[in-house]
Design a protein around this ligand. Structure first.
Ligand code: GLN
Length: 491
């Protein structure tokens, strides 16, 4: 095993910039690691060996020509299969897009290329990003490097598993209700959901457009910040993109790493400290709160009374938007087409294609959403959920008048055994109990490893006001400076 794979992105970029390692060497080391562990981890749906080596060669050539390289040049990155990649298969974890090679790159992917990062491939995910374990992937689950019989979280479990298993120092995820932060928490890695609109959705296959937010996965807070800075910022091709620069998250991570939180006021969300979370998770969380206080932070309790309605509101809003977004998978324009034998009507072909192409959880969401939007029920379900969303936003606004950031455990429970929660959808939905409010509000949230419970990682979540992403990086880096990083057993 090459020691290059255990380096952080920051270290790799420095090695490449100084010429101590070539981007090709770094890339080969990671491709070798992927070959060695993928059979057990299954983090990837597609490994782009040739594309990765070509990108690495180009970085080495540019360096040899004396070109100025960016802060992540030569660093490998794994991309969740929810983002379109030109000529490289993009399935969204679904059979309905099997074999589809998009004709264009998502903005995030374009920016990754422009930054000189090396895309290793596409990572596994729950179908259409609906799930919390990757068990709803049409291509089989990913495995948690901490315990291969357990889930790596979801929907972006492949990205988190790849980072935790040293297959990639960085990865991209997307967070609609927790799909970057929850996999981060259960794999002992850092996962950040930027402010909604702070990272482009152009080329992100839509699940719930008012919530979907791409963001970084990494093994350290500084690495996550560097990736966030590289992919973030205004994109004219996304109408909900915020026309402002990303706050200086890298400077904030460096400031936090000094371990001084004097003058920072943090609110522990009262509603997320009682029932619902495993005792081991709460114990690790409480210890971390004490650690943050020791660094100088002032800790207060903050009640956000409407957070308890976030989960039901989310499971009306997200399915409603998905029922509309997924109408485009009709067997005509993309991927799979079933039953087109010349004798069937267009409607029959569409119906057969969708029946065969979508898995059970996706169908459940489409049905829930279609019902919530139907004329007789619209006000009672979708309309009510939107009102709850407003109340949750008001809870956040009121809280941020008192504190700089809110904190809670990221997830109620540590990584569970594969198969433990698939029988009852509600048990799966509970994984995002603490992450969903942030999505409904639109602010940024980060999960940073804070301890272990029975030998499995626990994450602490930091939630900040919209466009104050830098604040959460400062607190996260400060916590990391005292609790350290967490390494899974050797694979
Ligand atoms: N687990 C949540 C869901 O199933 C969140 C998914 C996500 O963030 N993409 O909808």
């Amino acid at each position: 095993m090459s020691e290059l794979i255990t380096k952080t992105a920051t270290e790799i970029a420095a090695l490449v910039a100084s010429g101590e390692a070539s981007a090709v060497e770094v890339t080969r080391a990671h491709l070798d690691r992927i070959s060695a562990v993928e059979e057990r981890v299954h983090a990837f749906l597609h490994v782009d060996t040739e594309g990765a080596l070509a990108a690495a060669r180009s970085v080495d050539e540019r360096r040899a020509a004396g070109e100025e390289l960016g802060p992540l040049a030569g660093v490998p990155v794994a991309v969740k299969d929810v983002l379109t990649t030109k000529g490289v298969p993009t399935t969204v974890g679904s059979k309905i897009l099997e074999g589809w090679r998009p004709p264009y790159d998502a903005t995030i992917v374009q920016r990754l290329r422009a930054a000189g990062t090396v895309m290793l491939g596409k990572t596994n995910m729950d179908e259409f990003a609906m799930g919390s374990s990757t068990e709803y992937s049409a291509y089989g689950p990913s495995h948690n490097p901490w315990d291969l019989d357990r889930i790596p979280g979801g929907s972006g479990g492949g990205s988190a598993a790849a980072v935790a298993a040293y297959e990639a120092p960085l990865a991209i995820g997307s967070d609609t209700g927790g799909s970057i932060r929850q996999p981060g928490a259960v794999t002992g890695t850092v996962g950040a959901k930027p402010t909604y609109g702070g990272t482009s959705r152009y080329g992100l296959v839509a699940f719930s457009s008012s919530l979907d937010t791409p963001g970084p996965c990494a093994r350290t807070v500084l690495d996550a910040a560097l990736l966030h800075a590289a992919i973030g910022g205004h994109d004219p091709r996304d109408s909900t993109s915020i026309p402002q620069p990303v706050p200086d998250v890298v400077a904030a991570a460096r400031l936090g790493a000094t371990g001084d939180l004097t003058g920072v006021k943090l609110g522990v969300v009262t509603e997320f400290t009682g029932e619902g979370a495993e005792p081991g998770v709460m114990a690790a969380f409480r210890e971390s709160v004490d650690a943050l206080a020791k660094l100088g932070a002032e800790i207060v309790e903050v009640s956000c009374p409407h957070f308890r309605y976030a989960l039901p509101a989310y499971y009306l809003i997200a399915p409603s938007e998905c029922s509309s977004n997924l109408a485009r998978f009709d067997g005509v324009r993309f991927g799979l087409r079933v039953g087109d034998d010349g004798n069937r009507s267009l409607e029959e072909v569409m119906s057969l294609t969708r029946e065969a192409g979508f898995g059970p959880e996706v169908k459940r969401r489409i049905m829930l959403g279609t019902y919530a939007l139907s004329s007789g029920y619209y006000d009672a379900y979708y309309g009510q959920a939107q009102k709850v969303r407003t109340l949750i936003t008001r809870d956040f606004t009121a809280a941020f008048e008192r504190v700089d950031a809110l904190i809670s455990p990221t997830t109620p429970f540590v990584a569970f055994p594969i198969g433990a929660r698939t029988a009852d959808p509600y048990q799966m939905y509970l994984a995002d109990l603490f992450t969903i409010p942030t999505n409904l509000y639109g602010g940024p949230g980060i999960s940073v490893p804070c301890g272990l419970s029975d030998g499995l990682p626990v994450g602490l979540q930091i939630m900040a006001p919209t466009m104050a992403d830098d604040r959460m990086y400062r607190v996260a880096a400060a916590l990391e400076s005292t609790v350290g990083t967490f390494t899974p057993p050797a694979l």
